[in-house]
Design a protein around this ligand. Structure first.
Ligand code: FES
Length: 165
């Protein structure tokens, strides 16, 4: 592995270990065309999110432009560039959910959590994001917390739902 890039990007031993793991992932997948998304997924599992320094490392190791990596990271909502909370709340803003009140759910959640969409609560418990469709269009509006889908959600139910976490 390139020592120079490791030295530039690593602030501590944990960083170095994570980047070494990512280097192994890249080594394993780099021959598969279109493997960048898979590599980014696994890198996010390793680090918890994909900060710029990890994106730079991936671009450098794969010998591709940083813009290619950053473009994919910013395109897909499941990639995060900031540390995320213990639980991820996703409000669906796909067409069916939007039409049936998704925006009201966003407003109520912002009020209950005391944060804006895209942020994480100060205690690190919840991150609040948007999804484009979570496969429950017939029972919109829907939200997802971690891997649990809540259907036909009324804003008044949100406090109860959150209290389960
Ligand atoms: S649009 Fe929300 S679940 Fe499909």
């Amino acid at each position: 592995m390139n020592e120079a890039i490791l030295n530039t990007l690593c602030e501590d031993e944990k960083d170095e270990k994570q980047l070494e793991q990512i280097a192994n992932v890249i080594d394993h997948y780099k021959k598969d065309p279109g493997s960048l998304i898979q590599i980014l997924h696994l890198s996010q599992e390793i680090c918890g999110y994909l900060p710029l320094k990890v994106q730079k490392f991936i671009a450098h190791t794969m010998e591709i432009p940083l813009a290619d990596v950053s473009g994919v990271v910013s395109f897909y909502s499941f990639f995060a560039t900031r540390p995320r909370g213990q639980h991820i709340i996703r409000v669906c803003m796909g067409t069916a959910c939007y039409v049936r009140g998704g925006k009201k759910l966003v407003e109520k959640l912002e009020e209950l959590l005391g944060i804006q969409l895209g942020d994480t609560t100060d205690d690190g418990k919840f991150s609040f994001e948007v999804a484009r469709c979570i496969g429950a269009c017939g029972l919109a509006p829907a939200i997802m917390i971690d891997s649990t889908v809540y259907k036909q959600v009324n804003p008044n139910r949100l406090e109860d739902i959150l209290s389960q976490y």
